[in-house]
Each structure stands twice: as C-alpha cells, then as structure tokens.
Design a protein around this ligand. Sequence first.
Ligand code: ZN
Length: 304
Amino acid sequence: MLGGVTECIQIVEVAPRDGLQADPADLSTAQKVELIERLIAAGHSRIEAASFVNPAAVPKMADGDAVMAAAPRNSGVSYSALALNERGVQRAVAAGVDEVCGVVVATETFSQANQRATIAESIQRWRTISDTARAAGTKTVVTVSAVCGCPYEGRVDPGRVLDIVSELADTQPDELALADTIGAGVPTQVGALFAGAAQRAPGVALRGHFHNTRNTALANVAAAIDVGVRIFDSSLGGVGGCPFAPRATGNVATEDVVYLLHEMGYDTGLDLDALIDASTWLETQLGHGVPSLVAKAGGFPQPR
Ligand code: ZN
C-alpha cells in the first residue's frame, strides 16, 4: 500500500509457450487451449500463447495457429507470441495475436545457437519484425535474453547488455524485457541491470523474466521491483526450461510470485487459489509434478 492506494504489478503468464516448449510432455492443442482457459479463469489478462518459429526447430509449438484460433477471444485477454523473422511475424499477425515478441540474445555464441544469427543480425531482424507488427496494429515486445549469464560464454558484460538495450530502445517497443534465461542472476546484478536499462530506454516499460534454475528468481523479482519494474513474466507451476540452455529450469512459478506480491501489498488481479487449482490440473496433464512451492503449501494459512 502506498498512500492508501494498492499498487498494481502486471504478470504475463508464459506457461503455454516458454513453459510447455521445454517440458518433456507433449500437450495436444486441446490441452493447451484448456490451459489458457484455466489461466483466464484465474484472472490472467496477458498470456504468451504461441510461438511462430520454424516448426522443424521447435515441433512442440507447431500448432500455434490452431491454439490462437481456439483460444477465447472476447475475454479482454491480450495474447502474445514469439516471432524471430519476417515469416514468423506474418504468421503471428494472421493468427490474430495482440503482441508480437522478439528476442535478441546478449552473447554471440548463444545467439548463434538460438537464432543462427549474430547479435547485429538479430537486432536487424527485430527492426523488420517490429515494423511489420506495428504496421498491422500489433504491440511490440522485445526481450534481451541471457543478460545475467550465458550457457556458452559464462559471465555477461552488463555494458554490452545495456548497449543492446539502447539499440532496441531506438525501435520504441511497447515493452522491453531483460531475461535471466539460465537462472544465474542475483538481486544486486538484476537491480543494476534494470536501473541501467531504465536510463538507456526512457519511456519504455521494462519487464523482468527470471528463470529459477538456482533458486534466485523470487529474490530477483523483489530487486527489480525496488528499481521500479512493474511487469514480470511467470510460468504456472514454474514449468519450463530452455531447449538451448541445458539444465535451465522454468520461469519463476506464477503461484509463488503472486503469493509474494500479494503479501507485499501489491495487486495482481490474480486469484491465488484458482492458480493453485490450475497448477494441480497442469500436473495431471504433464504427467509429472511442478516445481512451485506455493502450489504444495497453499496460500497464507487461515486461522483455525
Ligand atoms: Zn524464458
């Protein structure tokens, strides 16, 4: 509570894309759509629903058009989807996504592995994606990934991350995310990166994307809040990983971050009990447990 007014923090739910993409289970289109419906029922209004990348590279996401066609459209939900080239953004726009998301990796080796492009080429691709999306009236969101550590190069120079932020700010995205793709970051590093990004991208909304590989994601969320970040990605149950970063685990679990934010006095518009129910349902669909702790423990204990 700040001056008696509850401050809002927006959560972007990424389980249907970033989460499922890296899970060993292979959900059907109908299961993905039911997941989206359950997320909406829990209060989600921003959902990363699909990926329009080469289906040969990411076969699990090949049904993006079908997912978008079947997802509820009159619920005030903004759907985002990943696109990494001109063909991808055209497919995303044709499928009716509300936000097109692009990615620029912060290190050359990871950029080659993930996108088969240099950083400079990938920034150029983003400019094309952004132009096409904007011409179609679609919002644009760009993520700089591997900002806290790289599976190939190790430590990442924050100055280099911020130089990429400056170049991307030039395209005036609706949002710019910094992603700890492999879950290596710690709060001091995250706070400094976001404070720097705010200076390099004035007027651009910043968003945090933290994987929980080393159990630092919630601490990183809190550090980013301290320097003014008000939008975070999270994944129901904490499902996910990264196909190009071995041993990386999923994003911070939605239930865990929502518990934290509500107890800190922030509003998210989300219903924690409904999220826990959806997470329990997701376990049955995946055929395995999820990492979320709040899904196991429940919300704040009620007096008996
Ligand atoms: Zn991610």
